[in-house]
Design a protein around this ligand. Structure first.
Ligand code: ADP
Ligand code: MG
Length: 312
């Protein structure tokens, strides 16, 4: 296309909140054969909330939640924030009503939390810290199995049940003993299913990639009509997924929002970052979707096709 055509297309993109970093990216977008979506914060709203908590020991529920929140308070992970919000509500107002939106409920008041020391964020797994001399682990099965924590069948049944309902199950251990679980739900973006259907109609293959577990991932993918899923992908593994898809010459786009997604956004032929995502993801991407609406993935591809069709 002429520089003018590229400029015009860039301008049209901008009016839709689709920011395009250069003519090369614009040109590649028309050839996309498959779009890899991150799950959390990309296909889902990225506003997770705790939907249930189960304590296995005779510990008080409030005490359990307070300890878990104290462990998660230093984590930046969206799941950690959901846990703290829920525990905050429980601590000050009691059990939150079902389906209550607890986003942003938590204040800067952290006086109710216990002091955690030796805090460690374990990417793709959870967190570890020490509270009043007890080692606290909060995270997924992988974290527990690596630390030699036995998962009793009652816990496994709870997890499976939650995961089949598209929720993410979180396990909690005190001094290597499993003491409870939480389930977290992150609703799908309203337009997600329509966009997946639209891509398929264009002959483009949608794929979902996530660090979350297989059962939850499959449940989410099924709701969206996505048949290709890669789950339990370690943070560094998303770029690897992209590269393996590219091996046979397939033109791959990646849509993501998180720090974890930035290597994959950079590796993809076209990287598209959600505007509400982290700065690192936005930097690594060729496109930024400012409206945080997945329909703009299709807008971006259409724009590229129209721009380059004209001059043929
Ligand atoms: P995603 O690709 O969905 O953004 P991540 O790689 O960030 O996922 O995390 C993968 C999994 O690791 C989560 O689904 C969760 O089970 C676990 N995890 C990561 N961080 C935390 C945390 N702070 N608290 C509890 N679980 C966590
Ligand atoms: Mg994400």
């Amino acid at each position: 296309a002429t520089p003018t055509a590229v400029m015009v297309a860039t301008g049209i993109g901008a009016t839709h909140g689709v920011l395009i970093k250069g003519g090369d990216a614009l040109e590649r977008a028309q050839k996309i054969q498959c779009v890899v979506f991150d799950k959390t914060g990309t296909l889902t709203k990225g506003k997770p909330s705790v939907t249930s908590a189960k304590v296995l020991s005779d510990m008080q529920r409030g005490e359990f939640l307070r300890i878990v929140a104290s462990a998660e308070a230093s984590s930046e992970h969206p799941l950690a924030r959901a846990v703290v919000d829920y525990a905050y509500h429980f601590h000050f107002f009691g059990e939150p009503p079902k389906d209550m939106d607890m986003q942003g409920l938590r204040t800067k008041n952290t006086a109710w939390l216990l002091t955690a020391s030796k805090f460690e964020a374990l990417p793709g797994k959870g967190v570890r810290c020490s509270i009043e001399g007890t080692e606290i682990l909060v995270g997924n099965r992988k974290l527990m199995s690596e630390d030699g924590v036995f998962i009793p069948s009652v816990a496994e049944e709870y997890l499976k049940d939650m995961e089949q309902h598209a929720r993410t199950g979180i396990l909690v251990a005190f001094d290597k003993e499993l003491v409870g679980m939480l389930a977290i739900s992150d609703p799908l973006k309203r337009e997600a299913a329509v966009v997946i259907e639209g891509l398929k109609k264009m002959g483009i293959l949608p794929i979902m990639v996530t660090g979350d577990n297989w059962t939850t991932a499959r449940a989410v993918a099924q709701e969206l009509g996505i048949e290709d899923v890669k789950a339990e992908v370690i943070p560094a593994g998303k770029a690897e997924v992209i590269r393996s898809l590219q091996k046979d010459g397939t033109m791959v786009a990646m849509v993501g929002d998180g720090i974890n997604d930035s290597p994959a956004l950079a590796a993809a032929d076209v990287g598209m970052a959600i505007g509400a995502g982290t700065d690192i993801a936005i930097e690594a991407a060729d496109y930024v979707l400012m409206r945080n609406n997945l329909e703009d993935v299709i807008t971006a591809i259409d724009l590229s096709k129209k721009t380059f069709a004209r001059i043929r």
